[in-house]
Design a protein around this ligand. Structure first.
Ligand code: H2P
Length: 756
């Protein structure tokens, strides 16, 4: 029984109705914390340690209330006192512990691991200022520190830490944790975050993310992915990674010993999932601890570590498949470097093919280390795994075919439907009951394709979500979206392969088309959100183009009523929760073969948006599940793209010279337009597209424009569109992260929880 009125009087000496939203928020956070504290940690002999540089967990209040099973009760008590839970949650600050899909996936996974009652924790770092907070100034991205830590108190102090020895000095860590509550479980897991004892916030200026990167013993946990465009930055990343994995490894060994491990059987007590290459050094670090600190023979140590480590590859982009000069590792962690050298020799004894060598010309290939010395490698969507097996990691696939498997990503429905879209949740509950809350099986909805009541309900739920999005955009950045607009959304990190620039070129086309008198049937609102890495100039140029286009169009009275471009500032989980439920069209337009999976594609689908996509990543699986009449696909196939790269035959300039394309690209450097933005940025972007276009936006542009026009025209047949929308929701069950985690557990982790 919850008595919010009583708690309000006790805590604040006032009734619930008299409290401000921030006070109600604190009250609810205390309630959740108290309940969470009472829950035991899930137990099991073998524990999972999901080690990741990122955990993009988002606000926690609503999801925790759902998972504790008290959401409805709290919502109605609040409503009776005149409070709206969504507004209350606004006072909560979002932890800045991640960046993009990689980190959000880790957060969805933690929710599912806890929900399935599996003994497993996330392990990462407690960044004081996250990646950065994005602001726009002069229509350009500026990066300021994201000060989330001082704002609230979500961290439990575990009261412990370890010593981490670097070459020449050592530091001490401090362990914090955030409780992860499974849906309707009597036990919890944790996200465990290591912080640097003595981290010095005074190194960080108020309005910039430039800090002294050489002060390693004071700066290690200040930022996620510090700028690595210079050597100090690259070294800092290696220091940071070693700090993360040394702590993780020490924690793993200490906890296994506590539970009775004899170390040579460590794999019976722990399994480590390496999330992308950042935590790869956990392998030599575990070997080091076993050998140097516990006297285990080297070969035995290597054997046991190999049985306990699994690696997930999240991308084939070279920039994310880390390679570090051995000299860096020798400086940061000399003993670990020595162990890597030995591991490399052993691997070379087994296979002399230089393609699988860990160290090549003094450079350490982290993914190769993870594959040789782990027992499992997985990709994150069917196409991606096939590309790994057949192309990117082919020599490894030949060597260890049994290690490879696919685990198509997933998303937690608790956050991405039940918390983010209450109207749609209610409609689904009314239509097919609540069994899907546990099973994620939404397929019974398909039987309602001709049920006008359900289709109308779906349209109403979309209206409700759009109203919440309009309110959000108005309050966050003073933008007004027309009520009857079709909402078309591309939200994700800014990267050339994700091709936000291609959508920008479409916007130019549409702008000119409207100028020519072709008015769309209703206003079109195209929403972007995402950050560009501070050292990634072209991605920032694309942001600049989009913001400049948005302002240009808004200032043109002949076009503004029909076309609007919104660039959401500081896109984060909270923004995603407002935008995704409201979207009609989901833009998933990466260059085929480059987006490993994508997960926003799944979130949009679950919320009834119709996908406009290339056949890339998990889009391929979405297309198969919904059927061709419920999705729009276009663009070159991944085979075609791979062929173009292999032959080196892509000729951007020839495509640019086609008059229809040239018109659009040259708009970027139209003098009047350029004068409203930063000419240097616009010219650089123009030239990049016209001469290089490394991710082939021009290759697919014409077809993209054609298909987009079909999408907007089809939207006007409201009945047919709502049927497409329903078909998407009904088929989304396959993308529940509960399914993904079951597969990881059945095939890789083999965790068995103790009987409760
Ligand atoms: C990455 C991939 C996505 C994938 C995600 C999770 C690295 O995320 O690019 O295709 O879905 O991992 O596996 P992102 O680009 O969003 O940071």
């Amino acid at each position: 029984m919850i008595d919010l009125e009583g708690s309000a009087r006790e805590a604040f000496g006032r009734g619930l109705a008299e409290l401000g939203d921030d006070e109600v928020c604190r009250l609810l956070q205390d309630l959740v914390r108290e309940r969470a504290r009472e829950l035991p940690v899930v137990r099991g002999k073998r524990r999972l340690y999901y080690v990741s540089a990122e955990f993009l967990i988002g606000k926690l209040l609503t999801c925790n209330l759902i998972n504790l099973g008290i959401y409805d009760e709290v919502r109605s008590q609040l409503a009776a006192a005149g409070h709206d839970l969504a507004r209350v949650e606004e006072s909560e600050v979002e932890p800045a512990l991640g960046n993009g899909g990689l980190g959000r996936l880790a957060a969805c996974f933690l929710d599912s691991i806890a929900t399935l009652g599996l003994p497993g924790d996330g392990v990462g770092l407690n960044y004081h200022y996250g990646l950065f907070r994005q602001r726009f100034s002069y229509k350009q991205q500026t990066a300021v520190p994201d000060e989330w830590l001082g704002c609230q108190d979500v961290l439990n102090d575990e009261g412990t830490g370890f010593t981490v020895r670097f070459g020449g000095f050592s530091v001490t860590s401090h362990l914090y944790s955030i409780d992860v509550l499974g849906y309707g479980r009597g036990a919890k897991d944790r996200l465990r975050l290591f912080d640097l004892e003595g981290a010095d916030d005074s190194l960080v200026p108020a309005d910039s993310i430039d800090f002294d990167k050489t002060q390693v013993s004071r700066n290690l946990t200040l930022f996620l992915y510090p700028d690595d465009s210079d050597e100090d930055g690259r070294l800092l990343r290696v220091y940071q990674q070693y700090f993360m994995v040394s702590n993780a490894a020490q924690l793993i060994v200490a906890e296994a010993l506590e539970r009775g491990s004899r170390l040579t059987d460590l794999d019976e007590y722990a399994v480590v999932q390496i999330n992308d290459t950042h935590p790869t050094m956990v392998i030599p670090e575990l070997v080091r601890i076993l050998v140097d600190e516990h006297g285990v023979a080297f070969d035995d140590a290597v054997a046991v570590v190999r049985r306990m480590v699994a690696y997930t590859n999240h991308t084939i982009l070279a920039e994310a498949l880390e390679k570090w000069p051995l000299a860096y590792l020798e400086r940061v962690a000399p003993r670990v470097a020595q162990i890597i050298v030995r591991l490399d020799e052993l691997a070379k004894e087994r296979c002399s093919d230089p393609e699988v060598a860990i160290i090549v010309d003094g450079v350490v290939h982290m993914a190769r280390l993870a594959i040789h010395y782990g027992f499992s490698v997985n990709g994150v969507a069917e196409l991606h795994t096939r590309i790994l097996e057949q192309t990117e990691l082919h020599p490894f696939f030949e060597l260890y075919p049994e290690r490879f498997s696919n685990k198509t990503n997933g998303i937690t429905f608790r956050r991405w439907l039940m918390a983010a879209n209450p109207d749609l949740t209610d409609l689904i509950d009314r239509t097919i009951g609540t069994g899907w809350h546990r099973t994620a099986d939404l397929s019974p909805l398909a039987a309602h394709a001709d049920d006008s009541g359900v289709l109308e309900g779906l349209a109403l739920a979309k209206e409700g979500a759009k109203a919440r999005m309009r309110d959000f955009l108005w309050r966050r950045q003073g933008v007004r979206v027309p009520e009857d607009a079709i909402v078309d959304v591309q939200v994700k990190r800014f990267h050339e392969y994700k091709r936000q620039q291609m959508l920008a070129l479409y916007i130019i086309w549409k702008y000119l088309d409207i100028k020519n008198g072709n008015r769309p049937a209703r206003p079109i609102t195209i929403v972007f959100g995402g950050k560009a890495a501070p050292a990634y100039t072209i991605a920032q140029d694309v942001i600049h183009l989009i913001v400049t286009l948005g302002a240009w169009i808004a200032n043109d009275p002949a076009v503004a009523p029909y076309l609007q471009v919104v660039m959401v500032e500081n896109y984060d989980v909270t923004a995603a929760e407002h935008l995704i439920p409201a979207a009609d069209v989901s833009e998933q337009i990466s260059l085929a073969s480059k987006e490993a999976s994508g997960t926003s594609n799944m979130k949009f689908m679950l919320n009834g948006a119709v996908t406009l996509c290339t056949l890339d990543g998990a889009n391929v699986e979405i297309a198969r599940l919904v059927g061709p009449e419920n999705i729009y696909t276009f663009g070159a196939s991944s085979e075609e793209v791979e062929r173009l790269y292999a032959e080196g035959s892509y000729d951007a300039h020839a495509l640019y010279l086609r008059p229809a394309t040239k018109l659009l690209v040259d708009f970027i450097t139209n003098p009047q337009f350029m004068a409203t933005g930063c000419p240097d940025r616009l010219r650089r972007l123009h030239d990049d597209i016209a001469w290089k276009d490394w991710f082939m936006a021009l290759l697919d542009l014409e077809e993209f424009i054609r298909v987009k026009e079909v999408v907007y025209a089809d939207y006007e047949d409201r009945g047919a569109w709502m049927r497409k929308s329903l078909a998407n929701v009904a088929a989304a069950g396959a993308f529940s992260s509960d399914r993904t985690i079951r597969q990881y557990n059945d095939d890789i982790w083999h965790l068995v929880p103790d009987e409760e």
